[in-house]
Design a protein around this ligand. Structure first.
Ligand code: ADP
Length: 212
Protein backbone atom coordinates (compact mmCIF):
# COMPACT_ATOMS: atom_id res chain seq x y z
CA UNK A 1 0.00 0.00 0.00
CA UNK A 2 1.27 3.50 -0.84
CA UNK A 3 0.07 6.49 1.18
CA UNK A 4 0.83 9.84 -0.40
CA UNK A 5 0.68 12.93 1.82
CA UNK A 6 1.41 12.64 5.53
CA UNK A 7 -0.87 15.42 6.80
CA UNK A 8 -3.42 14.78 9.54
CA UNK A 9 -5.49 12.41 7.39
CA UNK A 10 -2.70 10.55 5.59
CA UNK A 11 -0.59 10.34 8.74
CA UNK A 12 -3.25 8.63 10.84
CA UNK A 13 -4.26 6.44 7.91
CA UNK A 14 -0.67 5.22 7.41
CA UNK A 15 -0.16 4.47 11.10
CA UNK A 16 -3.48 2.60 11.37
CA UNK A 17 -2.73 0.54 8.26
CA UNK A 18 0.59 -0.57 9.76
CA UNK A 19 -1.12 -1.35 13.06
CA UNK A 20 -3.54 -3.58 11.11
CA UNK A 21 -0.67 -5.47 9.51
CA UNK A 22 -0.24 -3.77 6.11
CA UNK A 23 3.11 -2.85 4.63
CA UNK A 24 3.06 0.86 3.92
CA UNK A 25 5.25 3.03 1.73
CA UNK A 26 4.57 6.60 2.88
CA UNK A 27 5.54 9.56 0.70
CA UNK A 28 5.55 13.30 1.30
CA UNK A 29 7.54 16.18 -0.11
CA UNK A 30 8.15 17.63 3.34
CA UNK A 31 11.26 16.00 4.85
CA UNK A 32 10.33 16.71 8.49
CA UNK A 33 7.06 14.76 8.09
CA UNK A 34 8.82 11.84 6.44
CA UNK A 35 11.33 11.86 9.28
CA UNK A 36 8.51 11.95 11.84
CA UNK A 37 6.80 8.88 10.33
CA UNK A 38 9.92 6.91 9.43
CA UNK A 39 9.71 4.63 12.48
CA UNK A 40 5.94 4.17 12.31
CA UNK A 41 5.63 2.91 8.70
CA UNK A 42 7.38 0.17 6.74
CA UNK A 43 9.16 2.60 4.45
CA UNK A 44 9.01 6.40 4.24
CA UNK A 45 10.55 8.60 1.55
CA UNK A 46 10.69 12.24 0.55
CA UNK A 47 9.24 12.64 -2.94
CA UNK A 48 7.35 15.11 -5.07
CA UNK A 49 4.64 12.74 -6.25
CA UNK A 50 3.70 14.96 -9.20
CA UNK A 51 7.03 13.89 -10.74
CA UNK A 52 6.63 10.59 -12.65
CA UNK A 53 10.37 9.90 -12.42
CA UNK A 54 10.26 10.12 -8.60
CA UNK A 55 7.38 7.62 -8.54
CA UNK A 56 9.23 5.27 -10.92
CA UNK A 57 12.36 5.30 -8.77
CA UNK A 58 10.27 4.22 -5.78
CA UNK A 59 8.56 1.41 -7.79
CA UNK A 60 5.16 2.91 -6.99
CA UNK A 61 3.70 1.24 -10.11
CA UNK A 62 4.19 -2.19 -8.49
CA UNK A 63 1.70 -1.51 -5.71
CA UNK A 64 -1.90 -2.72 -5.95
CA UNK A 65 -3.35 -0.05 -3.66
CA UNK A 66 -2.66 3.64 -3.23
CA UNK A 67 -4.24 6.43 -1.22
CA UNK A 68 -3.72 10.04 -2.31
CA UNK A 69 -4.11 11.97 0.95
CA UNK A 70 -3.14 15.38 -0.41
CA UNK A 71 -5.93 17.84 0.30
CA UNK A 72 -5.29 21.53 0.02
CA UNK A 73 -2.91 21.49 -2.93
CA UNK A 74 -5.47 20.61 -5.62
CA UNK A 75 -2.94 20.60 -8.44
CA UNK A 76 -0.68 18.13 -6.63
CA UNK A 77 -3.65 15.96 -5.66
CA UNK A 78 -4.98 15.80 -9.25
CA UNK A 79 -1.59 15.29 -10.92
CA UNK A 80 -0.60 12.57 -8.45
CA UNK A 81 -3.90 10.72 -8.92
CA UNK A 82 -3.62 10.85 -12.71
CA UNK A 83 -0.06 9.49 -12.59
CA UNK A 84 -1.17 6.57 -10.41
CA UNK A 85 -3.91 5.96 -12.96
CA UNK A 86 -1.32 6.00 -15.80
CA UNK A 87 0.57 3.34 -13.82
CA UNK A 88 -2.67 1.30 -13.81
CA UNK A 89 -2.70 0.79 -10.06
CA UNK A 90 -5.87 -1.29 -9.54
CA UNK A 91 -7.19 0.42 -6.40
CA UNK A 92 -6.70 4.18 -6.16
CA UNK A 93 -8.35 5.99 -3.26
CA UNK A 94 -8.19 9.76 -3.06
CA UNK A 95 -9.17 12.34 -0.49
CA UNK A 96 -11.12 15.37 -1.72
CA UNK A 97 -11.75 18.66 0.05
CA UNK A 98 -15.15 19.11 -1.61
CA UNK A 99 -17.50 17.40 -4.08
CA UNK A 100 -16.14 19.28 -7.10
CA UNK A 101 -12.59 18.20 -6.25
CA UNK A 102 -13.94 14.66 -5.81
CA UNK A 103 -15.51 14.66 -9.28
CA UNK A 104 -12.24 15.74 -10.86
CA UNK A 105 -10.35 13.01 -8.98
CA UNK A 106 -12.79 10.41 -10.34
CA UNK A 107 -12.29 11.74 -13.86
CA UNK A 108 -8.53 11.46 -13.65
CA UNK A 109 -8.70 7.88 -12.40
CA UNK A 110 -9.52 7.62 -8.68
CA UNK A 111 -11.61 4.52 -8.02
CA UNK A 112 -12.85 5.68 -4.61
CA UNK A 113 -13.07 9.25 -3.35
CA UNK A 114 -13.47 10.13 0.32
CA UNK A 115 -14.59 13.49 1.69
CA UNK A 116 -13.58 13.26 5.35
CA UNK A 117 -14.35 16.83 6.39
CA UNK A 118 -17.64 16.98 4.52
CA UNK A 119 -18.77 13.58 5.89
CA UNK A 120 -17.71 14.40 9.43
CA UNK A 121 -19.59 17.72 9.26
CA UNK A 122 -22.77 15.88 8.27
CA UNK A 123 -22.28 13.30 10.99
CA UNK A 124 -21.71 15.88 13.71
CA UNK A 125 -24.88 17.72 12.57
CA UNK A 126 -26.86 14.58 13.46
CA UNK A 127 -25.13 14.28 16.83
CA UNK A 128 -25.36 17.88 18.06
CA UNK A 129 -29.08 18.17 17.49
CA UNK A 130 -30.20 14.91 19.08
CA UNK A 131 -29.45 12.43 21.83
CA UNK A 132 -27.38 10.06 19.69
CA UNK A 133 -23.84 9.26 20.78
CA UNK A 134 -22.66 8.16 17.35
CA UNK A 135 -24.14 8.03 13.87
CA UNK A 136 -23.11 6.26 10.67
CA UNK A 137 -25.15 6.61 7.50
CA UNK A 138 -25.13 4.11 4.62
CA UNK A 139 -26.39 5.14 1.18
CA UNK A 140 -29.01 7.86 1.48
CA UNK A 141 -31.40 6.69 4.13
CA UNK A 142 -30.06 3.81 6.22
CA UNK A 143 -28.16 4.38 9.46
CA UNK A 144 -26.64 2.66 12.47
CA UNK A 145 -26.54 4.73 15.65
CA UNK A 146 -25.29 4.49 19.19
CA UNK A 147 -27.80 5.90 21.65
CA UNK A 148 -29.13 5.63 25.21
CA UNK A 149 -32.07 3.29 25.82
CA UNK A 150 -35.20 5.47 25.59
CA UNK A 151 -37.67 5.32 28.51
CA UNK A 152 -40.38 4.05 26.17
CA UNK A 153 -38.45 0.82 25.59
CA UNK A 154 -37.13 -0.10 29.04
CA UNK A 155 -38.01 -2.71 31.68
CA UNK A 156 -39.72 -5.07 29.20
CA UNK A 157 -38.24 -7.66 26.84
CA UNK A 158 -37.50 -6.28 23.37
CA UNK A 159 -39.92 -8.82 21.89
CA UNK A 160 -42.72 -7.28 23.92
CA UNK A 161 -41.90 -3.65 23.24
CA UNK A 162 -42.03 -4.52 19.52
CA UNK A 163 -39.50 -1.80 18.61
CA UNK A 164 -39.24 -3.19 15.09
CA UNK A 165 -42.90 -2.94 14.14
CA UNK A 166 -43.60 0.13 16.27
CA UNK A 167 -40.54 2.27 15.49
CA UNK A 168 -39.15 0.51 12.40
CA UNK A 169 -35.75 -0.07 14.03
CA UNK A 170 -33.70 -3.09 15.08
CA UNK A 171 -31.74 -3.12 18.32
CA UNK A 172 -28.51 -4.81 17.27
CA UNK A 173 -26.35 -4.55 20.36
CA UNK A 174 -26.53 -3.48 23.97
CA UNK A 175 -23.99 -2.32 26.55
CA UNK A 176 -24.86 -2.21 30.23
CA UNK A 177 -22.96 0.19 32.53
CA UNK A 178 -19.52 -1.25 33.27
CA UNK A 179 -19.83 -4.06 30.70
CA UNK A 180 -18.87 -4.56 27.04
CA UNK A 181 -21.22 -4.66 24.05
CA UNK A 182 -23.20 -7.84 23.45
CA UNK A 183 -25.89 -8.76 20.92
CA UNK A 184 -29.57 -8.19 21.72
CA UNK A 185 -32.33 -10.83 21.44
CA UNK A 186 -36.12 -10.84 21.76
CA UNK A 187 -35.66 -11.63 25.47
CA UNK A 188 -33.23 -8.80 26.23
CA UNK A 189 -34.67 -6.40 28.77
CA UNK A 190 -33.41 -2.83 28.45
CA UNK A 191 -32.74 -0.69 31.49
CA UNK A 192 -32.19 3.03 31.98
CA UNK A 193 -28.50 3.76 31.42
CA UNK A 194 -28.04 1.01 28.80
CA UNK A 195 -26.30 2.05 25.59
CA UNK A 196 -27.76 0.61 22.38
CA UNK A 197 -26.65 0.09 18.81
CA UNK A 198 -29.73 0.55 16.64
CA UNK A 199 -30.14 0.20 12.88
CA UNK A 200 -32.88 1.24 10.48
CA UNK A 201 -33.92 4.02 8.13
CA UNK A 202 -32.25 7.28 9.16
CA UNK A 203 -35.56 8.97 9.92
CA UNK A 204 -36.74 6.05 12.10
CA UNK A 205 -33.53 5.65 14.12
CA UNK A 206 -33.42 9.39 14.77
CA UNK A 207 -37.01 9.34 15.99
CA UNK A 208 -36.28 6.31 18.19
CA UNK A 209 -33.19 7.99 19.67
CA UNK A 210 -35.23 11.11 20.45
CA UNK A 211 -37.85 9.19 22.48
CA UNK A 212 -37.54 10.05 26.15
P1 ADP B 1 -4.54 17.21 6.01
O1 ADP B 1 -5.73 18.13 5.97
O2 ADP B 1 -4.92 15.76 6.09
O3 ADP B 1 -3.51 17.59 7.04
P2 ADP B 1 -2.99 18.40 3.91
O4 ADP B 1 -3.55 18.72 2.58
O5 ADP B 1 -2.69 19.52 4.83
O6 ADP B 1 -3.93 17.31 4.56
O7 ADP B 1 -1.65 17.55 3.79
C1 ADP B 1 -1.29 16.89 2.66
C2 ADP B 1 0.14 16.44 2.71
O8 ADP B 1 0.51 16.19 1.34
C3 ADP B 1 1.12 17.47 3.25
O9 ADP B 1 1.93 16.89 4.26
C4 ADP B 1 1.95 17.86 2.03
O10 ADP B 1 3.33 18.06 2.35
C5 ADP B 1 1.80 16.66 1.12
N1 ADP B 1 1.99 17.05 -0.28
C6 ADP B 1 1.46 18.11 -0.92
N2 ADP B 1 1.88 18.16 -2.19
C7 ADP B 1 2.70 17.09 -2.38
C8 ADP B 1 3.47 16.58 -3.47
N3 ADP B 1 3.49 17.20 -4.67
N4 ADP B 1 4.20 15.47 -3.27
C9 ADP B 1 4.21 14.83 -2.08
N5 ADP B 1 3.51 15.25 -1.02
C10 ADP B 1 2.77 16.36 -1.15
Amino acid sequence: MVVIGLGRFGGSLAVELVRRGSEVLALDNRPHLVQQFSDAVTHAAVADTTDPEALRQLDVADFRRAVVAIGDDLEASILTTSLLSDFEIPHIWAKAVNRQHGRILERVGAHRVVLPEHDMGERVAHLVTGRMLDYIQFEDDYAIVKTRAPGAAVERPLGETRVRSKYGVTVVGIKRPGEGFTYATQDTVLHHGDILIVSGRSHDVEKFADLT
